[in-house]
Design a protein around this ligand. Structure first.
Ligand SMILES: *[C@@H]1O[C@H](CO)[C@@H](O)[C@H](O)[C@H]1NC(C)=O
Ligand SMILES: *[C@@H]1O[C@H](CO)[C@@H](O)[C@H](O)[C@H]1NC(C)=O
Length: 227
Protein backbone atom coordinates (compact mmCIF):
# COMPACT_ATOMS: atom_id res chain seq x y z
CA UNK A 1 0.00 0.00 0.00
CA UNK A 2 2.72 2.38 0.94
CA UNK A 3 4.62 1.53 -2.15
CA UNK A 4 1.57 2.26 -4.26
CA UNK A 5 1.19 5.69 -2.71
CA UNK A 6 4.78 6.34 -3.41
CA UNK A 7 4.36 5.44 -7.06
CA UNK A 8 1.22 7.50 -7.44
CA UNK A 9 2.50 10.70 -5.85
CA UNK A 10 6.08 10.83 -6.99
CA UNK A 11 5.63 11.46 -10.72
CA UNK A 12 3.46 14.61 -10.41
CA UNK A 13 5.91 16.03 -7.88
CA UNK A 14 8.86 15.41 -10.17
CA UNK A 15 6.97 16.92 -13.06
CA UNK A 16 6.31 19.99 -10.95
CA UNK A 17 10.02 20.38 -10.13
CA UNK A 18 10.89 19.87 -13.75
CA UNK A 19 8.48 22.59 -14.87
CA UNK A 20 9.91 25.02 -12.33
CA UNK A 21 13.38 24.15 -13.53
CA UNK A 22 12.44 24.72 -17.18
CA UNK A 23 10.76 28.00 -16.24
CA UNK A 24 13.91 29.34 -14.57
CA UNK A 25 16.26 28.02 -17.17
CA UNK A 26 14.28 29.46 -20.06
CA UNK A 27 14.35 32.91 -18.55
CA UNK A 28 18.11 32.99 -18.19
CA UNK A 29 20.06 30.79 -20.60
CA UNK A 30 20.91 32.36 -23.87
CA UNK A 31 23.85 31.66 -26.13
CA UNK A 32 26.49 34.36 -25.58
CA UNK A 33 27.64 36.39 -28.60
CA UNK A 34 31.19 35.11 -28.13
CA UNK A 35 32.74 32.23 -26.19
CA UNK A 36 33.17 32.88 -22.49
CA UNK A 37 36.46 33.63 -20.79
CA UNK A 38 39.46 35.91 -20.41
CA UNK A 39 42.47 35.00 -22.57
CA UNK A 40 45.75 35.47 -20.75
CA UNK A 41 47.81 38.21 -22.45
CA UNK A 42 44.79 38.52 -24.74
CA UNK A 43 46.32 35.59 -26.64
CA UNK A 44 43.68 33.38 -28.24
CA UNK A 45 44.89 29.92 -29.33
CA UNK A 46 46.15 29.08 -32.78
CA UNK A 47 45.43 25.59 -34.18
CA UNK A 48 48.65 24.19 -32.62
CA UNK A 49 48.23 25.68 -29.14
CA UNK A 50 47.86 23.63 -26.02
CA UNK A 51 44.76 25.17 -24.48
CA UNK A 52 44.38 25.40 -20.71
CA UNK A 53 40.99 26.38 -19.36
CA UNK A 54 40.91 27.42 -15.72
CA UNK A 55 37.74 27.90 -13.71
CA UNK A 56 38.59 30.26 -10.87
CA UNK A 57 36.64 31.81 -8.05
CA UNK A 58 38.46 35.11 -7.37
CA UNK A 59 37.71 34.75 -3.64
CA UNK A 60 38.76 31.10 -3.37
CA UNK A 61 42.06 30.45 -1.56
CA UNK A 62 42.69 27.26 -3.58
CA UNK A 63 42.27 29.19 -6.82
CA UNK A 64 44.71 31.78 -5.49
CA UNK A 65 47.27 29.13 -4.55
CA UNK A 66 47.05 27.47 -7.95
CA UNK A 67 47.65 30.66 -9.91
CA UNK A 68 51.39 31.20 -9.30
CA UNK A 69 52.55 27.77 -10.53
CA UNK A 70 50.19 27.94 -13.51
CA UNK A 71 51.43 31.38 -14.45
CA UNK A 72 55.04 30.22 -14.18
CA UNK A 73 54.33 27.17 -16.32
CA UNK A 74 52.79 29.34 -19.03
CA UNK A 75 55.71 31.76 -18.93
CA UNK A 76 58.01 28.76 -19.30
CA UNK A 77 56.34 27.57 -22.51
CA UNK A 78 55.52 30.93 -24.04
CA UNK A 79 53.17 31.12 -26.97
CA UNK A 80 52.67 27.35 -27.40
CA UNK A 81 50.14 27.60 -24.59
CA UNK A 82 46.93 29.59 -24.51
CA UNK A 83 45.14 30.07 -21.21
CA UNK A 84 41.57 31.14 -20.74
CA UNK A 85 40.11 31.87 -17.30
CA UNK A 86 36.41 31.51 -16.59
CA UNK A 87 34.92 32.92 -13.41
CA UNK A 88 33.09 30.36 -11.32
CA UNK A 89 31.85 31.95 -8.09
CA UNK A 90 31.07 29.28 -5.54
CA UNK A 91 27.81 29.78 -3.65
CA UNK A 92 29.51 29.19 -0.31
CA UNK A 93 32.08 31.95 -0.83
CA UNK A 94 30.52 35.26 0.25
CA UNK A 95 30.66 37.95 -2.41
CA UNK A 96 32.33 35.71 -4.99
CA UNK A 97 29.70 36.66 -7.55
CA UNK A 98 30.38 40.38 -7.01
CA UNK A 99 34.14 39.87 -7.37
CA UNK A 100 33.57 37.82 -10.53
CA UNK A 101 31.30 40.52 -11.86
CA UNK A 102 34.03 43.09 -11.25
CA UNK A 103 36.33 41.04 -13.49
CA UNK A 104 33.73 41.01 -16.26
CA UNK A 105 33.24 44.77 -15.91
CA UNK A 106 36.95 45.47 -16.12
CA UNK A 107 37.52 43.03 -18.97
CA UNK A 108 34.95 44.87 -21.02
CA UNK A 109 36.74 48.18 -20.35
CA UNK A 110 40.26 47.01 -21.03
CA UNK A 111 41.31 43.39 -21.49
CA UNK A 112 44.87 44.33 -20.52
CA UNK A 113 43.94 44.87 -16.88
CA UNK A 114 41.71 41.84 -16.20
CA UNK A 115 44.49 39.63 -14.88
CA UNK A 116 45.95 42.48 -12.87
CA UNK A 117 42.61 42.71 -11.08
CA UNK A 118 42.38 38.94 -10.67
CA UNK A 119 45.79 38.98 -8.97
CA UNK A 120 44.67 41.88 -6.78
CA UNK A 121 41.67 39.86 -5.60
CA UNK A 122 43.90 36.86 -4.99
CA UNK A 123 46.24 39.09 -2.97
CA UNK A 124 43.55 40.53 -0.70
CA UNK A 125 40.76 37.97 -0.65
CA UNK A 126 40.32 38.07 3.11
CA UNK A 127 38.95 41.63 2.84
CA UNK A 128 35.87 40.34 1.07
CA UNK A 129 34.58 37.23 2.75
CA UNK A 130 33.80 35.68 6.11
CA UNK A 131 34.09 37.82 9.21
CA UNK A 132 35.29 40.86 7.27
CA UNK A 133 31.92 41.28 5.56
CA UNK A 134 29.53 39.25 7.72
CA UNK A 135 27.86 42.36 9.18
CA UNK A 136 27.78 44.35 5.96
CA UNK A 137 24.96 44.66 3.45
CA UNK A 138 25.42 43.45 -0.07
CA UNK A 139 25.08 47.03 -1.37
CA UNK A 140 27.87 48.17 0.94
CA UNK A 141 30.16 45.32 -0.07
CA UNK A 142 29.50 46.05 -3.74
CA UNK A 143 30.54 49.64 -3.11
CA UNK A 144 33.70 48.45 -1.34
CA UNK A 145 34.54 46.10 -4.19
CA UNK A 146 33.97 48.84 -6.77
CA UNK A 147 36.31 51.12 -4.80
CA UNK A 148 38.90 48.37 -4.55
CA UNK A 149 38.71 47.85 -8.31
CA UNK A 150 39.14 51.56 -8.99
CA UNK A 151 42.17 51.65 -6.67
CA UNK A 152 43.61 48.67 -8.52
CA UNK A 153 43.03 49.60 -12.16
CA UNK A 154 43.05 53.40 -12.01
CA UNK A 155 40.92 56.43 -11.20
CA UNK A 156 40.13 57.09 -14.85
CA UNK A 157 37.97 53.96 -14.87
CA UNK A 158 35.93 55.02 -11.85
CA UNK A 159 32.65 56.10 -13.55
CA UNK A 160 32.74 53.08 -15.87
CA UNK A 161 33.29 50.68 -12.98
CA UNK A 162 30.54 52.06 -10.77
CA UNK A 163 28.32 52.20 -13.87
CA UNK A 164 29.28 48.63 -14.70
CA UNK A 165 27.74 47.40 -11.44
CA UNK A 166 24.45 49.03 -12.46
CA UNK A 167 24.61 47.55 -15.97
CA UNK A 168 22.61 44.35 -16.34
CA UNK A 169 25.04 43.16 -19.03
CA UNK A 170 27.84 42.59 -16.53
CA UNK A 171 25.44 40.59 -14.39
CA UNK A 172 24.46 38.51 -17.42
CA UNK A 173 28.09 37.96 -18.42
CA UNK A 174 28.89 36.67 -14.93
CA UNK A 175 25.90 34.34 -15.02
CA UNK A 176 26.96 33.03 -18.42
CA UNK A 177 30.41 32.11 -17.07
CA UNK A 178 28.79 30.27 -14.21
CA UNK A 179 26.38 28.42 -16.49
CA UNK A 180 29.22 27.55 -18.83
CA UNK A 181 31.04 25.97 -15.89
CA UNK A 182 27.89 24.05 -15.07
CA UNK A 183 27.65 22.77 -18.62
CA UNK A 184 31.26 21.55 -18.38
CA UNK A 185 30.55 19.74 -15.12
CA UNK A 186 32.56 22.11 -12.94
CA UNK A 187 31.65 21.91 -9.26
CA UNK A 188 34.68 23.36 -7.47
CA UNK A 189 37.59 25.68 -8.01
CA UNK A 190 40.16 25.63 -9.30
CA UNK A 191 39.17 23.27 -12.10
CA UNK A 192 41.40 22.86 -15.12
CA UNK A 193 40.88 21.43 -18.57
CA UNK A 194 43.79 20.83 -20.93
CA UNK A 195 42.83 20.62 -24.59
CA UNK A 196 39.29 20.09 -23.40
CA UNK A 197 40.10 17.18 -21.05
CA UNK A 198 39.59 17.64 -17.32
CA UNK A 199 42.53 17.33 -14.97
CA UNK A 200 41.83 15.17 -11.94
CA UNK A 201 41.65 16.66 -8.44
CA UNK A 202 39.32 19.57 -9.09
CA UNK A 203 39.72 21.98 -6.23
CA UNK A 204 43.36 21.37 -5.41
CA UNK A 205 46.30 23.32 -6.69
CA UNK A 206 48.85 21.82 -9.04
CA UNK A 207 52.44 22.72 -8.26
CA UNK A 208 55.14 23.57 -10.80
CA UNK A 209 56.19 19.95 -11.25
CA UNK A 210 52.61 18.90 -11.73
CA UNK A 211 52.22 21.32 -14.61
CA UNK A 212 55.57 20.31 -16.13
CA UNK A 213 54.54 16.65 -16.07
CA UNK A 214 51.32 17.45 -17.89
CA UNK A 215 52.52 20.07 -20.33
CA UNK A 216 55.99 18.84 -21.30
CA UNK A 217 54.83 15.85 -23.35
CA UNK A 218 52.06 17.88 -24.99
CA UNK A 219 54.24 20.81 -25.98
CA UNK A 220 56.94 18.46 -27.29
CA UNK A 221 54.50 16.49 -29.42
CA UNK A 222 53.02 19.68 -30.67
CA UNK A 223 56.52 20.78 -31.78
CA UNK A 224 57.33 17.56 -33.61
CA UNK A 225 53.92 17.63 -35.26
CA UNK A 226 54.65 21.06 -36.61
CA UNK A 227 58.22 20.18 -37.70
C1 LIG B 1 44.54 49.34 -21.17
O1 LIG B 1 45.45 49.09 -20.13
C2 LIG B 1 46.81 49.10 -20.51
C3 LIG B 1 47.63 48.63 -19.32
O2 LIG B 1 47.34 49.37 -18.17
C4 LIG B 1 47.17 50.51 -20.97
O3 LIG B 1 48.52 50.56 -21.38
C5 LIG B 1 46.26 50.89 -22.14
O4 LIG B 1 46.49 52.23 -22.51
C6 LIG B 1 44.80 50.74 -21.76
N1 LIG B 1 43.96 50.92 -22.93
C7 LIG B 1 42.91 51.72 -22.93
C8 LIG B 1 42.13 51.78 -24.20
O5 LIG B 1 42.58 52.37 -21.95
C1 LIG C 1 28.58 41.80 14.04
O1 LIG C 1 27.63 42.51 14.78
C2 LIG C 1 27.34 41.94 16.04
C3 LIG C 1 26.18 42.70 16.69
O2 LIG C 1 26.41 44.09 16.61
C4 LIG C 1 28.59 41.92 16.91
O3 LIG C 1 28.34 41.32 18.15
C5 LIG C 1 29.68 41.12 16.17
O4 LIG C 1 30.89 41.18 16.90
C6 LIG C 1 29.90 41.69 14.78
N1 LIG C 1 30.81 40.82 14.06
C7 LIG C 1 31.88 41.25 13.40
C8 LIG C 1 32.69 40.21 12.71
O5 LIG C 1 32.15 42.42 13.32
Amino acid sequence: MQLQNHLIFKPPFLLFCFLIYIGCAKAQVSIPPKPDGFWYHNRAPNPDSVVIEAFFDPLCPDSRDSWKPLKEAIQNYGSSIALVVHTFPLPYHDNAFLASRALHIVDKLNVSVTYHLLEAFFGQQEKFYGRATSNLTRAFVQEEIARFVVDTVGRSYSPAIFGGFRDVNSDQATRISFKYGGLRGVYGTPTFFVNGFPLPDAGSALDNNGWLRILDPLVNKQGSHRG
